[in-house]
Design a protein. Sequence first.
Lengths: 249, 578
Amino acid sequence: MGFLESWGHFFDRIGLIRIGSTYAADIDFLIFLVLVVVGAWFLAAEFIFLYFIMKFREKGDGRRADYIDGKNKRHKRWITYPHLAVLAFDVLIIVVSFNVWHKIKMDLPENPDCEIRVTGQQWAWIIQHCGADGELDTADDIYTVDELHVENEKLYHFKLEAKDVLHSFSVPVWRIKQDAIPGRSITGWFQPTVTGTFDLQCTEICGFGHTVMQGQVFVESAEEHAAWVEANTPEEAAAPATDNTPPAG
Amino acid sequence: MAEPAVDLTHAHPHDDHAHHGPEGWRKYLWSTDHKVIAMQYMFTGMFMALVGGFMAYVFRMQLAFPGINVPGFGMVSMGEYNSLVTNHGTIMIFWVAMPVLLAAFGNFLIPLMVGADDMVFPKINRLSFQIFFVSTIVILASLFVEGGGFAGAWTAYPPLSADSTYNLTPLGSTLWVVGVGLEFVAFLLGGINFITTLMNSRAPGMRAFDVPLVVWMIVVASILFMLSVGPLLAGAIMLIFDQTLGTGFFNPATGGDPILWQHLFWFFGHPEVYVVLLPAMGVVIEIIATFARKKVFGYRIVIFTVVATGVLSFFVWAHHQFIAGIDPRMANIFTITTLLISVPIAELCFVYIATLYGGSIRLTTPMLWALAFVAEFLIGGVTGIFLGAAGSDIYFHDTYFVLAHFHYTFFPIAIIGTYAAFTYWFPKMFGKMMDERLGKWHFWLTIIPFNTIFIPLFVLGMGGQHRRISNYSGFSELARDGFQDIRVFATLSLLVMLAAQFIFFYNCWKTWRSGPKAPKNPWKANSLEWTTESPPPHGNWHPDAMPVVYRGPYEFSVPDREDDYWPQNEPPRRGSAP
Ligand code: HEM
Ligand SMILES: [Cu+2]
Ligand SMILES: [Cu+2]
């Protein structure tokens, strides 16, 4: 991991929020970059501001304020140069943001290991897993409520839908968030990198029970996940599907 | 515009107003005096601030101590929580920030600062307040109807807001839309007056660039409002139809589109931020110039920048919808426009800071508020960059990071800006001088807790805490001990801040009872409102003594003058340049 990228792990390291997917560190890097750039600006501005207040405070010595109207070129420089610098930093942030945005929301990596369908409804997540064959809408699909089971390191495509009102699918450790809209199906992707149990939130207010629309994602190792698939595959589909289980490890 | 504007209103003598105006309590109900209407807006707005603040108290208590019996309210159910949050946001923006900053100070200041005896259309002005008053009653009533107040967030996204089988508040949600719609109508009427009064009623000699910046900013804000609200009013009518007549403008099952509302809402909603920001920025620069005894650094730069910001603000709305399911390519365009708007806003901040340079700064209470506005608004500004960059907004959208960000813009605007304006013009409005010592106590006990409420909320947002949730104990990551401590800390800070507001009320009451009488121009400022009595009489100046303007409003510390200020209406000495 290069020096620059390592800053993408800053918020994970200080214990604020874990990095749990392949693109989480990209987002965190962008956040960290913005933090450094605008943080420096912010501190400089506040420092100058407070310094002026102290330095030019009336001290009862009869000194009068200067008469500066800001029309003079020499004075205007003090506004123009910082202003160009802001523009330059804006461009830097835009470029990095574009890259992150493209990676996560525009370029869909091909050949997913599994497809899932997530449907928001008042007030639960209905999740349709691909099952052992890795394909959606086949007989071995596994349906759950408020529980998403995935295998670590695998590439997932999701189809996000909503039955009634808007919902929003969010797993903070993966840095993923996407609104679900009735009447549409939105495709996206994620690839978990850490095993464990994490929060699955609904981040769009969806009525009375929005608070309790809480789910969990279970990122499992290959063996654990295979066991879960086996135990939950619907009976009619169980026999043929087991052959396709990816090899353990 | 070299020619002084023709002043129609000055042609009429004002003595007859005094005789024909309504008397007693009816004076307040039917008055067309812009100062009375300003007070009506101000007191209604301040009352609503108490309502909105009370709501914040209730839901912050629930968040810090889930399930507690909140003193003064009781247990907070999930539905009530949603309704409290929704109406807190709605009220704070539409019934506090707008009426106080735009309507109250716009009404009070514009005629006085341009040297007019009243607004151009005083009866439209009165109608504006009356409609606003009705809208206030509607929104308050909506909290008490069967099913409770609307609970679908202040953004009112359909389908949730459009169908009572989803939102469970059949009456509350319709009353909410009606109330907000009426409020829009009131401000459309008010805006007409602001714009025409600036254009037509300026004192003889007052050129466009002699007008105080706060007037410019309030007028630009009104124009922004009038240009942006039309589509949303149309949307509001469609929403009412969906709610009550069963149409399906926003219902995908009948070919409608829920995202359409989001576009209409934010096409208005983003400029709306500038609608409330600009008056506050204007107030602040007036105060900074006066108490730094400095000419504003680049008066014209400020006006052009404000206009540029206003125009740009119409092209950024979809940054609220990055992850709402719009075409992802749109995000690129709106990231660019959003980050670009940081340039003029940064420029304004530089101008404000530069104005302090070389000044002779007096830290009076209004000056403290004005400086605090700059210091705090900067935080709101820089945190906006995180959200304007689509890449990081994927994570931050709808978290407490967003929430803390926009409170760092709205709180400086609606609360700090209001206190700055109120303490600065109090002598003019009420003819008495407020107590400075109490004023400073109030200042510090508001500013410090404000930061200790919202800085912790940034941290929670970074940790993934999402918005509009009444109880986090079901989320393993958010129910961590450390996080709960942060919530408690923020809530305790709020209690301190709310308690400190009693200092302010006590100060007002005490000043009203026994404060020293204010002279005409207690701060030695230049603009025209300081050349008349405190408080100004009906008609503002004696009809024979309407002001004539010779210079801009910021001629402080002009070399070779004995006084360090130079009122706009003071005739130049014979032979010397104006
Ligand atoms: C008095 C201090 C204030 C405190 C402690 C406070 C606190 C809060 C909190 C905690 C929320 C979010 C609750 C949730 O999402 O669960 C919220 C929402 C909001 N607040 Fe404030 N607030 C204050 C003042 C203001 C002011 C002055 C304004 C605007 C002028 C404002 C505008 C809003 C808006 C627009 C929302 C969003 C409502 C929604 O989600 O629909 N608040 N406030
Ligand atoms: Cu929800
Ligand atoms: Cu916006």
